[in-house]
Design a protein around this ligand. Structure first.
Ligand code: ADP
Ligand code: MG
Length: 252
């Protein structure tokens, strides 16, 4: 563990059902500053729903979520929209399917959030966006449209766009699952650099190499519960839970 002070994210008793299907069944978890948490688990175990609850995209049924000391969700009730938007700016999210705005240039995709939600001037937002594009190796693509980019490039733009809001924590939901295999590495490399720079990150991924190399903590979800959590050395070499063992056998 790199650092332990006030948790950036504190979750207690988080529950969520769709109809009578319990998808999150009492999640307790803390994410410490600069921690890289990798979440693994079988399809349908609630990983995406967990991330979506952490930035208010999904309304939990019960439990509390505190982000940077602010209560995002109090016993299942979300903040009002205004407070929610402010808080969401602290939580960057990167999706499997990139979700870039197709009608906006790469640069404009990155500047729209800071200009509308952070009140940045056009010049300031563009300067920041260009430096982020440089960071993800795409400064030369600032003025093209997303459709002309490869999947790996789109995802790197999506990461730059999330970073432009200066979030305190970044959530990644299977960021490389939609990519051709030869494009996975360039996205993981950008994420690895972010982790090395001290970004607090929660990453849902099936990339076990990334988990082993970069994660401080690996969280195993199954059936809406955290069945096991620990450093990668422990989870991969000596998992204590049968459900972790069977999941790892299937993916490794
Ligand atoms: P994972 O990301 O681990 O694959 P999800 O969080 O996406 O799991 O989904 C967990 C379960 O919740 C799945 O059975 C899924 O079908 C269900 N689910 C997710 N979102 C919805 C929704 N909006 N409406 C109904 N069921 C949903
Ligand atoms: Mg998912």
């Amino acid at each position: 563990m790199k650092n332990t002070s006030e948790p950036i994210v504190q979750i207690r008793g988080l529950t969520k059902s769709f109809g009578n299907h319990v998808v999150l069944d009492g999640i307790d978890f803390d994410i410490e500053p600069k921690q890289v948490v990798v979440v693994i688990g079988p399809s349908g175990s609630g990983k995406s729903t967990f991330l979506r609850c952490c930035n208010g995209l999904e309304q939990p049924d019960g439990g509390t979520i505190d982000i940077c000391g602010h209560r995002l969700c109090d016993h299942g009730t979300l903040l009002d929209d205004r407070a929610l938007n402010t808080l969401r700016a602290e939580v960057g999210m990167v999706f499997q399917s990139f979700n870039l705005f197709p009608h906006l240039s790469v640069l404009h995709n990155i500047t729209v959030g800071p200009r509308m939600l952070r009140g940045m001037s056009k010049e300031e937002a563009e300067a920041a966006a260009l430096s982020l594009l440089q960071k993800v190796g795409l400064a030369h693509k600032a003025h093209v449209m997303p459709a002309s980019l490869s999947g790996g490039q789109k995802q790197r733009v999506a990461i730059a766009r999330a970073l432009a809001m200066q979030p305190r924590v970044m959530l990644f939901d299977e960021p490389t699952s939609a990519l051709d295999p030869e494009l996975v590495g360039e996205v993981l490399q950008v994420m690895k650099v972010l982790a090395e720079e001290g970004m607090t990150m929660v990453v849902v991924t099936h990339e076990m190499g990334f988990a082993k190399e970069v994660a401080d903590v690996v969280v195993v979800m199954d059936g809406g519960k955290i069945v096991e959590a620990g450093p990668p050395s422990e989870i991969f070499s000596a998992p204590s839970q049968p459900r972790t063992r069977s999941f790892l056998q299937a993916v490794l």
